[in-house]
Design a protein around this ligand. Structure first.
Ligand code: ARG
Length: 420
């Protein structure tokens, strides 16, 4: 009988390495592993060798950095996407791309199933499963971590028995997921939100603010139609921009976050992130938008941004609703072109100067110094009409205080009850 085939989203870590063997043993399937580089900084050659050594039928490595930056991160920039006002949805963005690639491989290899290493408690399973189901409902989904009943020690035992190399990082109590848009650290002591994040062992991309340089650094970020396109006047590719700003920001202690988060599966968790580039870019982008969008565009977009971030966080990247939101957001971005100077200093990334060919700011109108076609006399009539509803309410309030509630001219006649 021909063995069934499953394509596994492989990371090279302990969970997905175990899954490689587990699926072969428990499901009797052949495993094809697939890893996509979204900027997680793992040694892909090593991952591939590990996969072969664990007996895969085939292995694929993809460089998805450019696609991830352009097609996933940049829409999030346009949307100023911050889930619960804080988290730039970094892990949430990578899942639909990885899942899409896994489905492509499954179709190419004529596989029967796809597999991922997510637990049953997280958001990532939702993102993977829904993308799989939307793109190819015929594929069986296998998620061993949701099925097996191992604790950490049992898992290590099983791994040893089956000749799976235990990575040195297994001593680290943390589950880390990283890509070009951010680094997420979960588990261990971090699961106690009443305890401060320990000084050692959690942060890798950012320095403590106390150790950040005592002099600020300025960086000019150029935007073209809503997405970053240059650094200090040099045209720079999407991947390089993200890498560069993660580095610069990290050196100044920018983008350390920890907050309480509402997961899609109903849990509240404490989440910890390092997101230097995201913090710098979103702050700059929001600032430029304040210069080029009308106040009505900005006000409505603010609501759309909130919805966009929630939808993406909750695994609905593939929902047509997201495309609808994108259409509105894209339309607002046509004039979001210009340069913002950012000051990086002691954990903060602040816009300090900005310019744009589409600026709606008009010095001649705004300046205190110049007498222009802005007729200050117009303001008087405007204020009368603008404030009319509010002033009317105050007038009535005063009248009632003086004279009591006015009698109605016509008495209200009670509706006959039919009893009489
Ligand atoms: N809480 C974040 C999210 O749901 C981060 C998830 C990180 N995933 C992980 N396997 N450590 O997007």
């Amino acid at each position: 009988m021909v063995k069934k085939k499953v394509v596994l989203a492989y990371s090279g870590g302990l969970d997905t390495s175990m899954m490689l063997k587990w699926i072969q043993a428990e499901y009797g399937m052949d495993v094809i592993s697939c890893i996509m580089d979204v900027g997680q900084q793992t040694d892909l050659k090593e991952v591939e060798e590990k996969a072969w050594s664990l007996g895969v039928l085939n292995h694929y490595t993809f460089d998805g950095k450019e696609e991830f930056a352009r097609e996933y991160v940049f829409p999030a920039v346009k949307a100023n996407a911050l889930y619960m006002g804080t988290y730039p949805v970094s892990s949430s963005l990578s899942r639909p791309l990885i899942a899409k690639k896994v489905v492509e491989v499954a179709e190419m290899e004529d596989a029967d199933a796809v597999a991922h290493g997510c637990t049953g408690k997280g958001n990532d399973q939702v993102r993977f499963d829904l993308t799989f189901k939307a793109l190819n409902p015929g594929l069986q989904i296998i998620a061993p971590v949701r099925e097996w009943k191992f604790d950490r020690n049992g898992q290590i035992e099983w791994a040893k028995e089956h000749g799976i190399p235990i990575p040195v990082t297994v001593d680290s109590p943390y589950s880390v997921d990283q890509n070009l848009w951010g680094r997420s650290i979960e588990g261990g002591i971090l699961e106690h939100p009443d305890q401060m994040v320990p000084d050692e062992g959690v942060w890798e991309w950012t320095v403590d603010i106390e150790d950040a340089p005592d002099v600020p650094e300025y960086v000019k970020i150029g935007f073209h139609e809503g997405v970053p396109s240059s650094i200090d006047g040099e045209d720079t590719g999407p991947v390089e921009i993200l890498q560069l700003l993660n580095k610069k920001g990290g050196e100044h202690g920018i983008g350390r976050i920890e907050h309480m988060e509402d997961r899609v599966v109903g849990l509240k968790t404490r989440e910890t992130y390092e997101i230097p580039a995201a913090e710098i870019i979103i702050n700059a982008h929001q600032d430029l938008e304040k210069m080029v969008l009308t106040k009505h565009q900005k006000a409505f977009k603010f609501q759309v941004e909130h919805t966009w971030a929630s939808i993406v966080y909750q695994g609905l990247w593939i929902d047509p609703f997201k495309q609808d939101l994108d259409a509105f957001i894209d339309s607002t971005q046509q004039n979001v072109t210009g340069v913002v100077t950012m000051k990086l200093f002691k954990g903060a990334a602040k816009p300090v100067a900005r310019e744009s060919p589409f600026s709606l700011y008009d010095y001649n109108l705004a300046s205190f110094d110049i007498n222009t076609h802005y007729d200050q006399g117009d303001a008087v009539g405007f204020i009368n009409l603008w404030g009319l509803p509010s002033v009317s309410a105050w007038n009535l309030k005063r009248k009632i205080a003086d004279e009591g509630i006015p009698e109605l001219k016509k008495k209200v006649v009670p509706v006959p009850t039919g009893d009489s």
